[in-house]
Design a protein around this ligand. Structure first.
Ligand code: SF4
Length: 341
C-alpha cells in the first residue's frame, strides 16, 4: 500500500540527501556491502548500443545518489524493490513511453517484456575472471538481458560490431582490487575490444595511486569520466555529495592527461538537469584545465561532425572530447514511483 506519494519532478525525481555526505566514505560502505575478497556483486550482463556498441556488466553499488539516476543498481535493496513490482514497473513504463510516443509505430510489448527483464536481474557475487568470461559469453551469444533490454527502448538495437567491454549500473571504481583484477584478466585475453572504464571520477581523484595502478593497462583501457555538476552547490543538490568533494573528478582529469590515458568526458549538462549558468562554469573550468595541458575542449557532437565519421584518420591528441548526455527521465520516474511503494 502506498504510504506517501513523492512529488515527481523531472530534474530530480529520486531522493537526495540534502545535508551532504562524503562520497569516499560512502564508497567504503558500498565496498563492504557489494564486495567480498576479490568478488563483487553484479545484477546482469548484456549487449548494449552504448558507446558505439558495448558489452556491459551491470555492477551494484554507487558512491553518489544522483537525483536523475536511471540505474536500479545503486543497491540490492533497490533491485529487489523494483523486481518485486513487475506489473507496476510495466504500467509506469508503458505510461511514460506512451506519453512520449517513443519508438514510433512499435508497441512497447514488442520491444520489451518488462517482467521478464526484471526477472533477469539477479544479484550475485562474481570473481574477476567470471566477470570477463560472462562478458565474453554474452558477446558471443549477443544476449540482451535485464537492464540491457530497457536500453532498447531509448537507444535502439546494438550495432553489429561491439567496441567496448564496460562496467555499468553502479560505480566500477568501488572495490579497487576487484576492478584491477577484472581489467588485468581482460588484458590477458587479448581481445579486439577495449575496456571502457566509465566512472564518476571521485575515487580516482581522491587517491592518485588509483590511476597510477590503472596506467599499467593503458594500452587496452579508455576512461570516460562523467561530470555531474559545474559548481560545489550543484554537486550537493544534484548528487547528495558534500561540496568539499567537488574537486575530485577534476583532479582525476588532470592526472589522466598527465599519465597519457585515452579518455573522454561526459557531462549531465542537459538543461532539464543543469542550469545554463552552471553549465558555463563547468565548461570554463574544463577549458582552463585543457589550456594548462595544451589541449582544446571540443564537444563529441562537433568533433564527429567535423571529421565526417572518419575519426580514425584524425589526431585527437590535442583534444579533450566531451559528450553532453541527454537526460531521459523515464527510468528515474519509474524508480521513484516504485521505490515509493
Ligand atoms: S554516479 Fe551514476 S550510477 Fe551513481 S548515482 Fe549518479 S547517475 Fe547513478
Amino acid at each position: 500500500m502506498r504510504v506517501m506519494k513523492r512529488q515527481i519532478d523531472s530534474s530530480n525525481p529520486r531522493h537526495i540527501n540534502e545535508s551532504g555526505f562524503d562520497p569516499i566514505l560512502l564508497a567504503s560502505a558500498m565496498e563492504n556491502a557489494a564486495c567480498e575478497d576479490q568478488a563483487r556483486l553484479y545484477a546482469t550482463f548484456s549487449i548494449s548500443p552504448n558507446f558505439g556498441g558495448s558489452v556491459k556488466a551491470h555492477s551494484i553499488g554507487c558512491n553518489l545518489q544522483c537525483g536523475f539516476c536511471w540505474s536500479p543498481c545503486r543497491s540490492c535493496k533497490e533491485i529487489n524493490t523494483v523486481s518485486s513490482h513487475p506489473n507496476k514497473v510495466a504500467r509506469v513504463f508503458s505510461e511514460v513511453f506512451g506519453q512520449n510516443g517513443t519508438r514510433a509505430g512499435v508497441e512497447l510489448n514488442e520491444i520489451l517484456n518488462v517482467p521478464a527483464a526484471l526477472n533477469e536481474m539477479k544479484p550475485r557475487l562474481y570473481q574477476p575472471e567470471e566477470v570477463v568470461d560472462k562478458m565474453i559469453m554474452t558477446l558471443a551469444d549477443r544476449k540482451i538481458e535485464g537492464i540491457g533490454s530497457f536500453e532498447l527502448c531509448t537507444e535502439g538495437s546494438p550495432p553489429k560490431t561491439i567496441r567496448y567491454f564496460a562496467i555499468s549500473g553502479g560505480e566500477p571504481t568501488i572495490g579497487r582490487h576487484h576492478l584491477l583484477s577484472v581489467i588485468r584478466c581482460f588484458a590477458e585475453r587479448n581481445l579486439p575490444q577495449r575496456f571502457l572504464l566509465q566512472t564518476n571520477g571521485f575515487l580516482l581523484g581522491a587517491d592518485s595511486t588509483y590511476l597510477e595502478a590503472l596506467s599499467v593497462f593503458i594500452d587496452c583501457l579508455e576512461l570516460r569520466i562523467s561530470l555531474k555538476a559545474g559548481n560545489p552547490k550543484g554537486l550537493r543538490t544534484r548528487t547528495g555529495a558534500f561540496e568539499a568533494s567537488f574537486e575530485y573528478p577534476f583532479r582525476a582529469i588532470e592526472q589522466a592527461i598527465s599519465l597519457g590515458f585515452s579518455f573522454h568526458l561526459a557531462a549531465m549538462s542537459d538543461s532539464a538537469v543543469m542550469p545554463g549558468e552552471e553549465r558555463e562554469e563547468l565548461f570554463e573550468r574544463l577549458s582552463a584545465i585543457c589550456l594548462q595541458y595544451d589541449r582544446h575542449l571540443e564537444s563529441m557532437e562537433s568533433y564527429y561532425h567535423r571529421v565526417h565519421g572518419m575519426p580514425k584518420h584524425n589526431d585527437r591528441s590535442s583534444l579533450v572530447l566531451i559528450d553532453e548526455e541527454t537526460y531521459v527521465p523515464v527510468y528515474p520516474k519509474i524508480l521513484a514511483e516504485v521505490l515509493d511503494s
